[in-house]
Design a protein around this ligand. Structure first.
Ligand SMILES: [Zn+2]
Length: 287
């Protein structure tokens, strides 16, 4: 009798912690990978993020789908084209570290995710966005990301402003973290599995809002230069990984975790794909 009465209790014991999956895209603590094939992971991680972090499905652009389906990596020519696309001084920096392997976790798993963020700064509260936003000095200034105004250490590997200039807070070989999934949920074991790109985009309060959870970005959210550089950074980081990284966004990585950030806002996947296509398949000259 006693034995039988224990049975419901035994059935109610949850699965071991190692098998626990985190968030909407089901990140495994064990394998440090989101659930499903590469195509399925990218589809979940590249869902459209609308204001207030409403996530909506959208199709993967063909170029991204093809990269996710294949087993390949960027060619030497594609890597060189990515480096050539960068403006100085980042071009020289990227060339200097071009052969250094990308970050790994403490267990030796290489970086697998290319996570796109928006900085959500400068923050204008109830003030209007600057009129000539993309040329605005304050918006494009890297200093507050460098000097400890926003955080003690640079929060991401890369900072990309609206005119396409790039500052590396950390080279891609440094195991870094910039999501709640990595820093609060999984912890140090997750470090090195993701590389992080902060794309400069200001914010202001939604009408009547008083918290940073209710803010909106200008439209269009990102400039053509930012999409062009995001594509080049993606090819360059993937080349160093020896593998096409799985593109992701901060909000979809953390979706399902309380107080997840809502960035990037207004990220147009099609524009990123268009720039990627241009970089991977340049038109032949002289024909
Ligand atoms: Zn972010």
């Amino acid at each position: 009798m006693k034995y039988l009465s224990l049975l419901p209790l035994l059935l109610a014991i949850p699965a071991p912690a190692a098998a626990e999956e985190i968030g909407e895209c089901r990140f495994s603590r064990e394998t440090l990978t989101f659930a499903g094939s590469r195509v399925e992971q990218a589809t979940c991680l590249l869902r459209k993020i609308e204001p207030l972090a409403v996530r909506k499905p959208q199709p993967l652009p063909p170029v991204i789908r093809t990269l996710m389906e294949g087993e390949g990596a960027p060619t030497a020519a594609q890597k060189a084209a990515a480096i050539a696309a960068f403006p100085e001084p980042y071009r020289a920096y990227a060339a200097q570290w071009a052969e250094a392997p990308i970050s790994r976790t403490e267990e030796g798993l290489p970086a697998l995710y290319f996570v796109i963020h928006d900085t959500s700064t400068p923050f204008y509260a109830n003030e209007p966005f600057p009129k000539r936003l993309n040329r605005d000095w304050k918006v494009n200034d890297f200093t507050p990301y460098m000097d400890g105004t926003f955080a003690k250490a640079p929060v991401a590997h890369i900072f990309l402003n609206r005119v396409g200039q790039i500052w590396a807070g950390h080279d891609f070989q440094e195991a870094w973290r910039a999501t709640k999934l990595e820093s609060r949920v999984v912890g140090p074991r997750a470090r090195g599995r993701m590389v992080h790109i902060e794309t400069v985009q200001p914010r202001r309060f939604m009408p009547g809002a008083t918290t940073r959870a209710r803010t909106y970005a200008p439209k269009p959210g990102f400039t053509k230069d930012q999409y062009r550089m995001l594509a080049a950074l993606y090819v360059y980081a993937s080349a160093r990984a020896g593998n096409w990284l799985i593109p992701a966004q901060h909000n979809t990585v953390d979706a399902g975790i309380p107080d997840a950030h809502d960035d990037p806002q207004n990220f147009e996947l099609k524009q990123f794909a268009k720039e990627l296509e241009k970089l991977l398949n340049p038109p032949r000259k002289g024909r």
